[in-house]
Design a protein around this ligand. Structure first.
Ligand code: SAH
Length: 196
């Protein structure tokens, strides 16, 4: 399909921060995503105590679900407001500390220790900072990345994955000439070429 009309579109970090400030967060699902429930077995593949990564996490309630199942959750999000709302919405006590490797970044961590949320751009992360993951929940992440940054995003995600990790990706299918996005339309052929 022709994604010509979206390929040059760019949202700045400031525009995302402003969405949070204005409450323009129609992407947030209070009830969580039914596709995670549906494909949970694929993500876990019989394993327990996994490290699960949430790129561009917002305040996704699925982070709480997986933590409650005994997994350890790591997220990254540019909006500090989103992360504070996550902990507040779930009444979770947390502490915060700077991330020495990334100037200006903060890590907000639940007191129980199993949810660590980095407040910075995903492009600031590397496996030497956050380690590698057994599973990834990518909903509202690849489709929110600026189209020009997809290759960089996918390459980074691959470096953050353990050998046997599973990656659940949610995309949306629609005519990219009718909506400007985000969420952007990512054709299946592009997903295949990005992730191999
Ligand atoms: N995955 C979440 C949020 C989707 S919206 C959910 O399912 O609800 C995309 C989120 O990515 C927004 O909260 C935005 O603030 C954040 N974001 C955008 N660019 C980012 C970047 N480069 N690094 C980290 N977070 C980013």
């Amino acid at each position: 399909s022709d994604i010509g009309s979206q390929k040059d579109r760019v949202l700045t970090e400031e525009e995302w921060l402003q969405k949070w400030e204005l409450g323009n967060i129609g992407f947030h699902k209070e009830q969580g995503h039914p596709l995670l429930q549906k494909f949970l077995d694929v993500l876990l593949n019989g394993r327990s105590g996994l490290r699960i990564f949430f790129p561009l996490c917002g305040k996704a309630v699925e982070m709480k679900w997986l933590a409650d199942m005994g997994h350890s959750v790591v997220g990254v999000e540019v909006s500090e407001q989103a992360l504070r709302e996550f902990f507040a919405d779930h009444n979770l006590p947390y502490c915060e500390e700077p991330v020495p490797e990334i100037s200006g970044a903060k890590k907000l961590q639940s007191t129980s220790g199993n949810i660590s949320l980095y407040c910075c751009s995903i492009y600031d992360l590397s496996s030497s900072i956050v380690g590698k993951f057994d599973g990834v929940w990518d909903r509202g992440a690849l489709v929110a990345v600026n189209p020009c940054d997809r290759q960089r995003y996918a390459s980074l995600m691959i470096t953050l994955m353990e050998k046997n990790s599973s990656y659940l990706l949610v995309t949306v299918s629609y005519d990219p000439n009718k909506h400007k996005g985000p969420p952007f339309y990512v054709p299946e052929s592009e997903i295949k070429s990005l992730f191999g």
